[in-house]
Write a protein that binds this ligand. Structure first.
Ligand code: ZN
Length: 321
């Protein structure tokens, strides 16, 4: 079996190599990433810490880079085999409990008045550059997107209702045709429009993936055109088969009425040939009869008209009796 990395994994890999220059954006992106996969821990003396778990190496790397860039918290990384998917690694990023963690989490908007719950992140989302970075973090942490050849579908999934609602609101304010739904214990924000998915990939900075998506969509368009042509040809073939069957019915009717002998030799020969080759095309019949295609067509139509007229008079006769 050939292993096909998912398109979503490609997008995340690309994004992992992209680092915003501005600290404001780095903060917004990291905040979204942490919302997607981090849980709070308590160390000695009630000091706060964080655990961040992901199965995507690129996501782990990016989170670590951002942590180091905008904070002075101490980090540890451990890698283990995922229990759920045996072949995948599981990356655990640990922010070691220390006095520095509390102010860091406050900056990340992770310690609201309610303590630990996530607010609307209004402070992080004031500028559009930061909103884009926030969406990038959300995609890296819990996003997936179909290959361009498949049905158009991009989604962001999280178990946190407040966070899901914030992402949804941000997208709606940017006029994205986003939908919101829940599946088991998870909230899902999705986009099903191809153009909108391309816009999304563009604003989160996945330019290579965007190009691939665009190319794939064009390919899909060409494939649809080919399918339409094939369908059209199939319909034409069906028409030909139906026409041949009808011609044979008409010929049988003429034979049964005893009128075949009264027809011209040319018509008789054509009728016989059609009866013997019910699946033959007009071109094939023409070749067998050594005449042109239009000539065969003309003769067959004549046979059909004769049969139809004959049927009409017969029906009338029945009515008169
Ligand atoms: Zn910014």
């Amino acid at each position: 079996m050939i292993f096909m990395p998912s398109f979503a994994a490609d997008v995340k890999n690309e994004l992992a190599h992209r680092l915003d220059r501005k600290k404001c954006c780095q903060t917004a992106e990291l905040a979204a990433l942490l919302r997607m996969g981090a849980s709070m821990t308590l160390g000695p003396n009630m000091m706060l810490g964080l655990n961040f778990v992901t199965e995507n190496a690129a996501v782990a790397r990016k989170t670590l880079t951002l942590l180091k860039s905008i904070s002075d918290v101490q980090t540890e990384v451990t890698v283990s085999r995922s229990r759920r998917l045996k072949k995948n690694n599981r990356y655990m990023l640990r922010v070691v409990p220390s006095p520095q963690v509390r102010p860091f989490m406050e900056k990340m908007g992770m310690l609201g008045e309610t303590g630990g719950s996530v607010g609307r992140d209004t402070a992080l989302l004031k500028k559009s550059c930061c909103r884009h970075a926030y969406l990038r973090g959300a995609f890296m942490g819990g996003g997936s997107v179909n290959r361009p050849e498949a049905e158009c579908h991009l989604e962001l999934m999280t178990g946190n209702y407040g966070f899901a609602d914030t992402i949804y609101t941000v997208l709606k304010r940017m006029a994205f045709p986003a939908g919101f739904t829940d599946r088991k214990n998870h909230y899902i924000i999705y986009i099903k429009d191809g153009e909108a998915i391309m816009d999304f990939l563009s604003i989160i900075g996945a330019h290579k993936a965007l190009e691939e998506f665009e190319g794939g969509r064009n390919l899909k368009e060409v494939r649809n055109q080919v399918n339409r042509l094939v369908n059209c040809e199939t319909a034409n073939l069906q028409k030909t088969v139906d026409a041949a069957a009808y011609q044979n019915e008409c010929i049988k009717l003429i034979e049964n009425s005893g009128r075949m002998d009264g027809l011209s030799t040319a018509l008789q020969k054509t009728a016989q040939c059609r009866r013997q080759h019910p699946d033959a095309t007009l071109a094939e019949l023409a070749e067998m009869l050594l005449v042109s295609k239009s000539c065969v067509n003309h003769r067959l139509r004549k046979l059909v008209t004769l049969a139809e007229n004959f049927k009409k008079t017969e029906d009338k006769g029945e009515k008169l009796e």
